[in-house]
Design a protein around this ligand. Structure first.
Ligand code: ADP
Ligand code: ADP
Length: 226
């Protein structure tokens, strides 16, 4: 079955149509790349799927539940327990150290500090940012901060991981490592990864591409010959 189904999603900001009827479904274990030119609605699509932005019309169904039929409290609980995020900007809490940032989703889920930070360091090691554990986000480079954010998105082992240009600040080796970790997360936990990218090199790691053009999306799978 499908983990996430988008049906007829439309979203406008004043006169600007960001999404104009997006239809597709995402399956467990799959890494999906959302591609398209700048301004075509990729981030809006990701934010709608994650329940952060409410579409004007259309529905999103996650694990059999319609997001718009849930209360705000239910949606934010779901985001906390089931979803992971890597946002494009301003995602780390500036007052916390890097390890505290990575441990934060576990702390919010009630995990004790020592255990949360041990798990956090494990992911930081895999992204080679464990040396930054005691630094604050303002003291690390853009690429380092992005890798810390990726570690934070994986620490709860989410069922759906949403990532907006997660490799945008990374060199190709680190970009490759992030995509390998995402793929591993999808395969081992039967999770889905939905990532926005404009880089073909990054999309090459995905199982499938959803192309957004002027707010319309086409599922490339449906266009392949049988
Ligand atoms: P992409 O991620 O593909 O660059 P976005 O989803 O960010 O595209 O934006 C799609 C369109 O919607 C753009 O024209 C953008 O300017 C507009 N848009 C996005 N977010 C907002 C917002 N909060 N307010 C007004 N316009 C917005
Ligand atoms: P990256 O590819 O990781 O973004 P940069 O070329 O931006 O690397 O930075 C190289 C080094 O410079 C980093 O290892 C980091 O120590 C330091 N650095 C870069 N930007 C910052 C910053 N805004 N604050 C503190 N240190 C920085």
């Amino acid at each position: 079955g499908s983990l996430l189904i988008a049906s007829g999603l439309c979203k406008a900001y004043g006169p600007t149509t960001a999404l104009d009827g997006a239809d597709f479904s995402i399956h467990p274990g799959e890494v999906v790349a959302v591609m398209g030119p700048s301004g075509s609605g990729k981030s809006t699509l990701l934010h709608c799927l994650a329940g952060i932005v409410t579409p004007d019309t259309g529905t999103i169904t996650y694990d059999g539940r319609v997001l718009s039929a849930m209360s705000d409290a239910e949606r934010s609980a779901l985001r906390r327990t089931d979803f992971g995020f890597v946002f494009q900007f301003g995602q780390l809490v500036p007052e916390l150290t890097c390890v505290e940032n990575v441990a934060l989703p576990l702390r919010l889920a009630g995990v004790k500090r020592r255990e949360a930070e041990r798990a956090a360091l494990g992911w930081m090691e895999r992204l080679e940012v464990d040396g930054l554990r005691a630094k604050r986000p303002g003291e690390v480079s853009g690429g380092q901060g992005q890798r810390v954010a990726v570690a934070r998105s994986l620490v709860t082992r989410p069922r759906v991981l949403f990532a907006d240009e997660p490799t945008g600040a990374l060199d190709s080796l680190n970009g490759e490592r992030v995509m390998q970790l995402f793929t591993e997360a999808a395969r081992s936990a039967n999770a889905a990864v939905v990532l926005v990218t404009h880089e073909a090199r990054v999309a090459a790691y995905s199982d499938r591409e959803i192309v957004v053009r002027d707010g319309k999306s086409r599922d490339m799978m449906q266009e392949l010959p049988a």
